[in-house]
Write a protein that binds this ligand. Structure first.
Ligand SMILES: Nc1ncnc2c1ncn2[C@@H]1O[C@H](COP(=O)(O)OP(=O)(O)OP(=O)(O)O)[C@@H](O)[C@H]1O
Length: 589
């Protein structure tokens, strides 16, 4: 059972175009606003040195104080306006970045939740968090500013060079050639750091995966005295991340150093030429300042262009991992049938075989059928394949051979949403959320009213139990089920699926021992839940089997015994009747 991956062409710009069309194009209003802000910034950047140049010339030519005052006021107004435009630009860009990346985060999370269990067994939750949030965050700039800033920086560079060419051809041409060299060297340099950052991010994903797994197993780790070994391992992951992150930062600093050197050389060339022309009397002091100011300003868009390209290359790493994830297809293709007849469902397994790995079959040619409204009890040693059987019924996996039918229809033909709305499962490890009992029962579905919850609790004989909880339905449960016993957690889960009105109920009983009160409550709830429904119970307590009509004993993935409960109980040779005898003896002790 392998999750299939369909590789796509790896052209970064092609990928980027697809993302642009899907997430950025719909935000065209914000994009237009951002374009206006950026264009205005360019205009203002070209204008301010010009005003200062005029001011200097006015001073050196001894113009009237009024002219100087007007120029100073204009300069101040332009400077304030430019600040305002910057604030507007930042606000719009952030808005665009968060709207678009959150849409992508949602899509990635939705996609992960739809992938089959084999995918989730291969990837730790920590790793997926890093994909859904870490990688997407790297796209912030790509989604909001990349194209616009790149276009604007190119325009600004061209604008500055044109102005410099117009002021003085020699200076303009020298800086034009220098700009070409600067860009070429920097684009080549910007390819160096990304692979180091990719490795550092991978180490980060591994660290998060490790932390998530160990923190969720805190109880077992402490109980087994494994805290020191966990910390030792954590030190290893932290050190690994530290070394890789430090290496990446150092390489990045080295590249920045070379860039700085080029900047200094460029400035020296421009200043040298400037001084030469001034001393030879070709240009005025105002023009000297103008050339100096434009040369200084030229580095901003050039830095921005190389920064954007470097950023794009870093984002590409995240982008390709996201793309790979989004291209991962579930091994469980959806069916097309949108409806199944109302009422309890009939089940049939026809020589079903399955293994999580091809070489290790877990179920071997399992065949049985249940008529609507019948309840089957499944027994077997640990590892005999009981849970696997129920996973196949929910299509978390598909059989390698044979066919499973509901009301005569092959499971593969039924839409997954339809199937999972009619079949519900209570697992051994009930997933409780850090939320109120109400939300845990409704799974945050606000359309389920309190009176519907109370009716369900009443039918299952749990109303009193729920009223005894410290704050009734408002009692806050802690995630991981720490606040409830395994039996109580199952009571919550039974009510949860009762509210979903399934027609086939699968119950994987908690194997831990239950106190008599909880046991009695569970028994009542199970009878309430199974009334008028088809059911499969993986029973760990023989008392539960009083609810079942038929019994199946699984032995190493094969059907060892199968038949009506009464009949098996009476047959002295049957494994089931021997189990009952052992149980009677235990009770007699
Ligand atoms: N996700 C998985 N990947 C690989 N092997 C698995 C996976 N889940 C279960 N197995 C293996 O499949 C076999 C059957 O497991 P299964 O959980 O179905 O047994 P079970 O009868 O329900 O056991 P228990 O009573 O302990 O819950 C076991 O050998 C188990 O190790």
């Amino acid at each position: 059972m392998v999750t299939s991956v369909t590789p796509r062409p790896s052209y970064s710009f092609l990928r980027y175009r697809r993302l642009w069309e899907q997430y950025i194009a719909p935000q065209w209003r914000l994009v237009s606003l951002l374009t206006i802000f950026l264009l205005t910034t360019i205009g203002l950047q070209l204008l301010t040195p010009f005003i200062l140049g005029q001011f200097i010339d006015a001073v050196t030519h001894g113009r009237a104080a009024d002219t100087l005052f007007v120029l100073a006021v204009v300069y101040l107004c332009v400077a304030f306006f430019a600040r305002g435009v910057r604030v507007g630009e930042t606000y719009t860009a952030e808005r665009l970045a968060w709207i678009t990346t959150n849409a992508l985060r949602l899509d990635v999370a939705r996609h992960c939740l739809r992938l089959d269990l084999s995918f989730h067994h291969q990837h730790t939750p920590g790793e997926l968090i890093e994909r859904v949030d870490g990688d997407v965050s790297m796209l912030n700039n790509l989604f909001s500013r990349f194209v616009l800033v790149l276009i604007n920086s190119v325009l600004l560079t061209v604008g500055m060079l044109v102005v410099l060419l117009l002021i003085d051809l020699r200076i303009g041409l020298t800086l034009l050639v220098y700009t070409g060299c600067y860009l070429l060297v920097n684009i080549l340099l910007s390819r160096i750091p990304p692979p180091y950052f990719v490795k550092a991010r991978q180490a980060e994903a591994e660290l998060f995966g490790f932390l998530e797994e160990r923190l969720s197993g805190t109880e077992d780790i402490r109980a087994n005295g494994a805290v020191d070994s966990v910390l030792h391992r954590l030190t290893f992951f932290l050190r690994q991340r530290f070394l890789l992150q430090r290496r990446a930062e150092l390489v990045s600093q080295e590249v920045r150093g070379v860039r700085m050197l080029m900047y200094i050389i460029g400035t020296l060339i421009a200043l040298g030429l400037d001084a030469y022309l001034y001393l030879s009397g070709t240009i005025t002091l105002g023009i000297v300042y103008l050339i100096f100011a434009y040369t200084m300003q030229l580095w901003d868009p050039l830095r921005e262009i190389t920064h954007q390209i470097g950023d794009f290359q870093q984002a590409v790493a995240g982008l390709s991992r996201l793309d790979e994830l989004l291209q991962t297809r579930t091994a469980i293709p959806d069916g097309e049938l949108e409806q199944l007849p109302e009422g309890p469902l009939a089940i049939s397994f026809e020589t079903v075989s399955f293994g999580y790995q091809a070489a290790k079959p877990v179920l071997h040619a399992i065949s049985f059928s249940l008529t609507p409204g019948t309840v089957l009890g499944v027994l077997g040693r640990t590892g005999s394949g009981k849970t696997t059987l129920t996973r196949l019924l929910l299509r978390f996996y598909d059989p390698d051979e044979g066919c499973i039918r509901l009301n005569g229809v092959d499971l593969k033909m039924i839409k997954l949403d339809v199937l999972r709305s009619r079949v519900a499962v209570v697992t051994q490890d009930v997933q409780l959320f850090h939320a109120s009992v109400r939300n845990n029962l409704t799974l945050f579905d606000r359309s389920i009213s309190d009176s519907a919850i109370e009716d369900a609790l009443k039918t299952l004989g749990l109303l009193e139990w729920s009223q005894r909880l410290p704050q009734g339905l408002d009692t806050i449960l802690r995630s991981g089920g720490e606040s409830l016993s395994a039996g109580q957690a199952q009571l919550v889960a039974l009510t949860r699926i009762f509210l979903a009105h399934p027609d086939l109920v699968i119950l994987d009983e908690a194997s831990s021992r239950l106190d008599p009160v909880t046991e009695a409550l569970l028994d009542r709830a199970i009878s309430g839940l199974l009334r008028g429904r088809t059911g499969i119970i993986i029973a760990h307590r023989l008392t539960t089997l009083k609810h079942v009509d038929e019994v199946m004993i699984l032995e190493r993935g094969r059907v060892g015994e199968y038949g009506p409960r009464e009949q098996l109980a009476q047959g002295s040779e049957s494994y089931y009747s021997r189990l009952l005898q052992v149980d009677d003896m235990e009770d007699a002790k």
